[in-house]
Design a protein around this ligand. Structure first.
Ligand SMILES: NC(=O)c1ccc[n+]([C@@H]2O[C@H](COP(=O)([O-])OP(=O)(O)OC[C@H]3O[C@@H](n4cnc5c(N)ncnc54)[C@H](OP(=O)(O)O)[C@@H]3O)[C@@H](O)[C@H]2O)c1
Length: 281
């Protein structure tokens, strides 16, 4: 087996590559929006058997003002990789998102539930799923939500920056989802390398950004990590007018992948404890 991880300097891609080995590429080495760049790359590595696409335009707010760039990476990118996988006869896992859902309900979302993204990032990711499946029906699409782990521009890092800089930190209390610890996700991806079809994975437990941030704050304080923040306040997402619309409720139902792989995702709080110990001590 020879694995190719795209987006290898990102949060998920770097963790996957570190665990699994193989070849990793960033945008300069292989631009997923440019099929000729991908063809040049695979020509140099004819022994690739599995591709995991972790590359994306992942900045949700910025996607509203960089629409074309987001579309090229998130929609054309998976389609291009699907073509390449078909040309070289490899397997392909593409990472998608809970933001393909509108988020107006309050019941865990199954793979086949109606999509309907509420922002441009979600629209481009949904288009990516569709274009990929028409280019390469054998692909595996894995939707994930609220990634946290070491490094990258993930939401834990953003919240920690606020805790370090502000006495009073306001966090959104009306968006609900299931956080996903990157090392847990990496384990699951490695079990899925030969699958086709649509799956969803996240740690168990539905929470809000506020509750999750408060848990992180308590962990950091318990471990004596220096923080400026003294109070964490729950506020509605509309408090932050600069951010684009996000699904209010996008928690997955993960029973399909649990059955398929025989895995039980651990609770996000347990994963957060592990992350905190590795980060704050
Ligand atoms: N982070 C989350 O909370 C979250 C939630 C749900 C789903 N997801 C999905 O999970 C996947 C991994 O996310 P992540 O948080 O690891 O993202 P990330 O840290 O932003 O990494 C994405 C990587 O993709 C690369 N990239 C962007 N455009 C590219 C292009 N045209 N060609 C090749 N590489 C390109 C970026 O490299 P450059 O910097 O060089 O451009 C970046 O290193 C993505 O599909 C994302 O949509 C993430």
């Amino acid at each position: 087996m020879k694995l190719w991880v795209t987006g290898a300097s990102g949060l998920l891609g770097s963790a996957l590559l570190a665990k699994a080995g193989g070849i990793g590429t960033n945008r300069k080495e292989a631009d997923i929006a440019d099929i000729e760049s991908l063809r040049r790359f695979v020509k140099l590595h004819p022994d690739i058997t599995h591709i995991v696409n972790c590359a994306a335009f992942s900045l949700v707010d910025l996607a509203e003002t960089h629409k074309e760039e987001a579309y090229l990476a998130n929609a054309k990118g998976p389609e291009n990789l699907g073509r390449i996988a078909s040309e070289i006869g490899s397997r392909l896992i593409h990472i998608s998102t809970d933001y393909v859902f509108p988020g107006a309900g309050n019941k865990p979302l199954k793979e086949e539930d109606p999509t309907g993204p509420c922002n441009h990032y979600g629209k481009t990711k949904l288009e990516g799923e569709k274009l990929l499946l028409s280019a390469f029906p054998n692909a595996c699409i894995l939707r994930v939500s609220w990634l946290f782990g070491k490094g990258g521009k993930n939401f834990i890092a953003r919240i920690m920056d606020l805790f370090k800089a502000q006495k009073e930190v306001r966090l959104t209390a009306d968006q609900w989802g299931r956080p996903t610890f990157v090392p847990d996700l990496v384990q699951v991806i490695l079990k899925m390398l030969d699958l086709s079809g649509l799956y969803q994975f996240a740690n168990s437990g539905v929470t809000s950004k506020y509750e999750f941030g408060l848990a992180l704050f308590n962990e950091a304080r318990k471990m004596g990590f220096p923080l400026k923040a003294e109070s964490i306040l729950p506020v509605p997402g509309s408090t932050f007018p600069s951010s684009c619309k996000r699904p209010a409720y996008s928690a997955f139902d993960t029973s399909k992948i649990e059955k398929k792989l025989g895995v039980t995702p651990r609770h996000w709080q347990e994963a957060l404890d592990e992350h905190a110990k590795a980060t704050f001590i």
